[in-house]
Design a protein around this ligand. Structure first.
Ligand code: PMP
Length: 390
């Protein structure tokens, strides 16, 4: 036997298998709503106009590719601050750090939790973004599930979620999606957020908010309203943020980690640990994507154009949601959900039929990317789904 034979086989990632299957399908009108990237009316995932211009400016002006340091691009973090923190931007108990994407921020945040409290349990909604689980486990933390969404009833299991959080132990971490819940599209209402904020603060839980789609749901301030309410109510808050969707820079890996503790000195001390943990993980974050984001946010014309383009993306998402919702009463719930994903009330057998009979590719869970289809495909998608669920 060879040295690495000890590893055995990897359990195949079903989403990657789905992407491969969709790529291999030669039917010209195939629709791939499995993978989670934005697509425009023509079916492309474009580089945003402002980002393209910022990259040109960067290419012209950049004089060195020397190391950026453990904090990454500090100006990037500073410019992101009012967007992520809103009215809390001036709170010196909150600090942020540039990370490689939202994934990097999640890993770093959970490693910080584990460094402080290796026995803390992390309460995670069911279902959640599947990668949350290995990231938390890799930090050495234990996961406790709380009910979040009932797929066939198409509703949030709010009472069960609240009951679970009520019985969590003080010092446990509660992972919450800031907006545009992945995979369900089901976001907490304002009133539900109030109740969650109440239980989290009353029970002494540490909220960990994952906000990867800010601006793509209702708007920048609205999408962070839950996070901001937690900053109001809690002395200790963690947030992982991603620019990969709202700047369309997926492969450039652009994100940030935010931390609030009870006082500025405590936050500074914890952030020193964060930088040290990052040093052991990736040493320093990649610079290019964050530099482009920084230039967009620092250049008024580019910033205005970016704002407009995020608005166009959001409107397109919500327009397609409206069209699907209007097609059948059983799909009406999709109009009240947000972000790139929703789940259809379909069986794996029906998912297979959609794939084989209609060349429509989605995960077995019925999760589909609402804006994964070109304009020309919307009608056909809706007709196939309505036929399948009836
Ligand atoms: N959190 C959620 C809920 C996500 O859906 C994603 C990306 N699919 C991420 C975090 C990570 O984003 P990134 O690509 O920036 O690492």
């Amino acid at each position: 036997a060879q040295f690495f034979d000890a590893l055995g086989d990897v359990q195949s990632d079903s989403l990657l298998a789905l992407i491969a299957m969709a790529n291999a399908d030669t039917r010209p009108d195939k629709i791939d709503v499995g993978v989670g990237v934005y697509r425009d009316g023509a079916g492309n995932t474009p580089i945003l106009r402002a980002v393209k211009k910022a990259e040109q400016l960067l290419w012209n002006s950049q004089q060195t590719k020397s190391y950026v340091g453990g904090h990454g691009d500090r100006r990037y973090t500073e410019l992101l601050r009012p967007i992520v923190l809103g009215r809390h931007a001036d709170d010196e108990r909150i600090a942020g750090l540039h990370t490689p994407g939202g994934c990097g921020a999640l890993s770093l945040g959970f490693k910080l939790v584990a460094a402080a409290h290796p026995d803390a349990k992390v309460h995670v909604g069911t279902p959640t973004w599947p990668n949350h689980v290995p990231v938390i486990e890799a930090a050495g933390l234990n996961i406790v599930q709380y009910p979040y969404y009932e797929r066939l009833q198409t509703c949030i299991r709010f009472d069960a979620m609240m009951a679970a959080l009520e019985s969590a132990d003080r010092g446990d971490v509660a992972l919450l999606h800031g907006c545009c819940h992945n995979p369900t599209g089901a976001d907490l209402s304002d009133d539900q957020w109030r109740q969650v904020v109440d239980v989290v603060s009353r029970r002494g839980l540490i909220p960990f908010v994952d906000i990867a789609y800010q601006g793509l749901g209702r708007g920048f301030a609205e999408d962070a309203a839950g996070l901001h309410a937690l900053f109001d109510a809690c002395d200790e808050v963690i947030a992982s943020q991603s620019c990969d969707k709202n700047f369309g820079v997926y492969r450039d890996r652009v994100g940030s980690l935010w931390l609030k503790t009870g006082n500025a000195a405590g936050t500074k001390r914890a952030m020193d640990h964060v930088v040290q943990i990052a040093r052991e993980m990736w040493s320093m974050p990649p610079d290019h994507g964050a530099a482009a984001v920084r230039i967009v946010l620092d250049t008024p014309e580019l910033r205005a154009d970016w704002d407009a383009e995020v608005g166009e993306m959001r409107d397109r998402i919500n327009r397609i949601r409206g069209a699907i919702a209007a097609a059948d009463p059983r799909l009406a719930y999709i109009g009240g959900q947000f972000g790139m994903f929703s789940m259809l009330p379909v069986t794996p057998e029906q998912v297979r039929k959609l794939r084989e009979d209609h060349a429509i590719y989605m995960a077995d869970s019925g999760r589909f990317n609402v804006i994964g289809m070109a304009d020309a495909a919307i009608e056909r998608f809706i007709a196939a789904v309505v036929e399948t669920i009836n």
